[in-house]
Design a binder for this molecule. Structure first.
Ligand code: SF4
Length: 369
């Protein structure tokens, strides 16, 4: 029989909540108030992974902290490094679930792509994570931990510091709103990652977009559009049935009205599916409406699907058609293809290998919705 751990997870607390919890804790232990700043500094700047590492606190106070709080980080289950420098980590959470994060170096910039859910329920037809189904929501601490562990890994490798965070890993971040909003506060105010360096990517969860628009920080938003009309979009993004394009566009106008925020449309280009040149005109109308930058992304092949990416020259022609209408567009280079760096692919490969090794003990069937 297991007992539930009642200790507070310090990695899931906003800086304000952490301050309050530590103040109460140290007051109850007759300790001076400056202990709070010591612990906060170990967590945010020092990146401590255990209370015992906090060597400027008395040993008995470190033990007392460990009795009252947890500071658990996921273990690295697997790491894969691409020939182009991209590094993907597969993290094992405390209950055995697996999530991915990807470090993408580019000159002096290092972007970290974070996961917000174990699996995903959105069922986008072009996505490996959709293929694997939904497992569970991540806590704010599990989201933040990916950043902490990746930051440590990058420092050990003498990489430049992580400069940008994108929520484009596994899961739909705005379908895990409570944890996401908390994690954004922790990353921004605790770890001091500028709001304009954090991009939340969504397939169009309208209530989440509206909530993000109300926040004072200027977090960036990327919308996975993939089609410029409802009919085609429904085939690629099932959420289109719940929040159709006109409703989504209303929410994006509200996001723009909030001011000073950058909006990007992500458009995965699949040969013969959504890459006809005349679709660029519809996409241009939408982008001009909300002043969105357009990223054209080559499709990454996924298991059990024979779709292929649009050819590079066709993608450039699509971009030129957008630019002729006054839209700023970029054709993205595929990164980390040799390590299956697109969302959810390493997890799928790892789970398949694990199933092959243990055929008598399969995990519960994956759910799609
Ligand atoms: S593209 Fe994003 S929202 Fe769609 S299934 Fe994949 S992870 Fe989920």
């Amino acid at each position: 029989m297991t007992t539930r751990d009642e200790r507070l997870d310090v990695l899931s607390l906003t800086p304000g909540e952490l301050d309050g919890a530590l103040r109460m804790h140290f007051a109850a232990h007759g300790q001076p108030a400056y202990r709070v700043a010591q612990v906060a500094s170990w967590i945010y700047e020092g990146g401590a992974t255990r209370f015992v590492e906090m060597t400027d606190l008395p040993a008995r106070e470190r033990e007392a902290l460990a009795e009252a709080f947890t500071l658990a980080e996921p273990a690295s289950a697997e790491a894969a490094r691409s020939v182009d420098g991209t590094v993907k980590h597969l993290w094992g959470l405390t209950d055995g679930e697996l999530v991915e994060s990807v470090l993408i170096p580019s000159g002096s910039r290092v972007t970290l792509c974070l996961s917000s859910q174990a699996g995903c329920a959105m069922g986008c037809t072009f996505c490996s994570t959709g293929w694997g189904g939904f497992r569970r929501q991540l806590t704010a601490g599990e989201i933040v931990s990916q950043y902490r562990a990746s930051r440590r890994w990058a420092a050990d490798q003498r990489w430049p510091p992580i400069s940008n965070l994108v929520f484009m890993g596994m899961g739909e971040p705005l379908a895990n709103r409570k944890a996401l909003m908390t994690a954004l506060t922790i990353l921004n105010r605790g770890y001091e990652v500028g709001a304009r360096r954090i991009t939340v990517s969504t397939v169009g969860v309208v209530p989440g977009i509206l909530e993000l628009a109300k926040r004072p920080e200027q977090f960036r938003l990327a919308v996975s559009l993939h089609a410029p009309n409802s009919e085609l979009r429904q085939e690629l993004v099932p959420l289109e049935k719940r929040y159709p394009l006109p409703v989504l566009m209303d929410a994006l106008r509200a996001f723009q009205r909030a001011g000073g925020r950058r909006l990007t449309f992500e458009y995965t280009m699949i040969a013969g599916i959504n890459d006809a040149l005349d679709l660029a005109d519809g996409l241009a109308d939408l982008a001009l409406d909300v002043h969105a930058f357009v990223n054209l992304i080559p499709f990454n092949p996924i298991p059990d699907n024979n779709w292929t990416s649009s050819a590079p020259e066709h993608m450039r022609a699509f971009a030129r058609r957008l630019e002729a209408r006054g839209v700023t567009a970029a054709v993205r280079e595929p990164r980390g293809r040799d390590i299956a760096a697109a969302c959810g692919q390493l997890r799928v490969t790892y789970l398949r290998a694990r199933r092959a090794r243990t055929p008598a003990a399969p995990r519960a069937a994956a759910r799609r919705s």
